[in-house]
Design a protein around this ligand. Structure first.
Ligand SMILES: Cc1ncc(COP(=O)(O)O)c(C=O)c1O
Length: 410
């Protein structure tokens, strides 16, 4: 994603005005990405944002004019989204371990669609809906037998706690369809994430389409909604190449033509569910150098923000090997040197950068880690060693505002 021309000006100002460590989110970049996504798929997809990727309250509020729906994964996310002004009917609820209390809260709270992950969950939801005398729309989550190579994390294509295995789904769909208080209004698949290969993304969507067509025909379902887990990834590491979204879009839209030719799918809403692709590249994590040290020939810059504030950048969030995030020294300047960027924790796993080439770092300098707009503070062990949590700053057309939890939004 294109960086704003004045990126370092904003980052320097954010660090000076609010302090570090902090996350800085650029709302104009998120809006642009939202438009880009819609255009790439020729407006055929409406967009659902996965709250888990960034549940910041002010960001959720601003996203109301960027995306159409929210994908929530807990009652806590339901409450955050409501507090941010979202209508419950605009939300769908995924997650393999929904509790009775959560089901009660969302069904009585007029949730849009419950995404059913097992027959057991459906029976439980039906019992609660009956007790409340409220019909509940449900989408059945299916788990494909295979997914193409090229996704950083796989939720399908192997034994999985997510959704109903497609090879066993007929019996489950029949059973769920008979439950009196549930209305099956469509299907959902999220099989893999962090994909950077266009061909794999298209093949993935084509396989979802085949599954959706087969189950709808076989069970005589005219779906209101079909949710496609986007799987679209972002170039976290310097050697990563961004996915060619236009190519994914053109080839996927061509697949939709055959779907629209069939009457049962003519009015169906096709929804792209995405988190990181919308927000990751619009966010930067700023950490300030507190100390520098040369130890046995190796240069260390010890920073005020580390793994406790940005776990994914430390390589401990589902990465098999540590690979450095893209990063730069804010303001640049100085000869390039190889450095190890570490955080404030007393553990050797608190590393944000191994052997990174950066302009010389001195005490007080700020390093910006890119791709930090998704899976940031809430995906990090912020309580570990009781440092202050990171701040969250949002840059919008009107200026810059502290949107950290508990901060007063402009
Ligand atoms: C059901 C579901 N929806 C959405 C997402 C968001 O994924 P991403 O942020 O990679 O787009 C995930 C990620 O795990 C997921 O499991």
């Amino acid at each position: 994603m294109e960086q704003p021309a004045t990126l370092d000006w904003w980052l320097e100002r954010a660090a000076a005005e609010f302090g570090t460590p902090c996350y800085v989110y650029f709302m104009p970049q998120i809006r642009k990405r939202g438009r880009h996504l819609r255009e790439a798929f020729a407006q055929q997809f409406t967009i659902s944002f996965a709250v888990k990727s960034n549940p910041n309250g002010v960001l959720l509020d601003r996203l109301r004019d960027v995306v159409d729906y929210l994908d929530i994964s807990s009652a806590g996310e339901f409450r955050r989204a409501l507090a941010a002004g979202w209508l419950p009917e605009r939300m769908s609820f995924t997650g393999p371990g929904k509790t009775q209390a959560e089901l009660l809260e969302v069904i009585s709270g007029a949730l849009g669609e419950l995404v059913i992950e097992s027959t057991r969950e459906a029976i439980e939801a039906n019992r609660i809906a009956a007790r409340l005398k409220r019909r509940q729309k449900v989408l059945i989550r299916l788990s494909p037998t295979s997914i193409p190579k090229g996704f950083g994390d796989q939720m399908g294509g192997r034994p999985s706690p997510f959704g109903i295995d497609v090879e066993d789904c007929d019996e489950a769909i029949l059973a769920i369809g008979k439950l009196e208080w549930l209305d099956v209004t469509g299907f959902h698949i999220y099989a893999g994430t962090q994909g950077l290969k266009a061909d794999a993304a298209v093949e993935n969507y084509a396989s979802f389409l085949d599954i959706f067509k087969t189950v709808c025909r076989r069970h005589g379902i005219v779906p209101d909604k079909l949710i496609f887990g986007s799987g679209l990834g972002v170039p976290y590491h310097p050697s990563d190449v961004a996915i060619e979204l236009e190519r994914v879009g053109t080839q996927t839209v061509a697949l939709f033509e055959t779907l629209r030719g069939e009457r049962r799918f003519r009015e169906t809403k096709l929804i792209l569910e995405t988190g990181r692709y919308l927000v990751a590249e619009a966010g930067y994590f700023l950490t300030r150098v507190v100390s520098t040290k040369l130890s046995r020939g190796t240069c260390f810059a010890v920073c005020d923000g580390g793994m406790n504030h940005n776990l994914p950048a430390s390589g401990h969030f589902g990465m098999a090997l540590h690979r450095n995030y893209r990063m730069h020294k804010v303001g640049g300047g100085g000869p390039v040197e190889r450095v190890n960027l570490v955080g404030p924790l007393c553990t050797s796993i608190d590393r944000l950068g191994c052997d990174v080439d950066l302009p010389r770092l001195n005490v007080g300098d700020i390093v910006a880690l890119h791709n930090s707009g998704a899976y940031g503070p809430t995906a990090s062990p912020v309580n570990f060693i009781s440092h202050e949590p990171p701040l969250e700053i949002l840059v919008d057309e009107t200026g810059m505002v502290d949107v950290s939890d508990g901060a007063r939004a402009a």
